[in-house]
Design a binder for this molecule. Sequence first.
Ligand code: ZN
Length: 123
Amino acid sequence: MDFPIQSLIDEEQAQAWMLNHFHPQGLSCPKCQASVSEARKFRKTETSGLQVYRCKHCESIYNLYTGTVFAGTQFRPSQVVLILRGVCQGVSSAQLGRELGISRQTILSIRRKLQSSAEAIQP
Ligand SMILES: [Zn+2]
């Protein structure tokens, strides 16, 4: 039996989860660190549906993925949560790719980036 787990995850909930984990101090401008409350809502990304913000102070544009290994990708929030879950649980790149409809190569590349950033923050 297949479990369509991706379609069972609410995109808003996935974004809230990422905000907590990626930006525990709250979302802010990557350039001048002004809070997201000092940014204008600019547009939404087409595929991932993320809100894009433009900083009122320095005009920088950013979203929830900015400054993370997912910056510049078009994954939906539910896909990001499930990629992280799969990598943490040691699911193979091939299986994870199949489950999420993402190529194995892409999963492998994200896995490597996650591993090297995890190593970078080790003492
Ligand atoms: Zn700024």
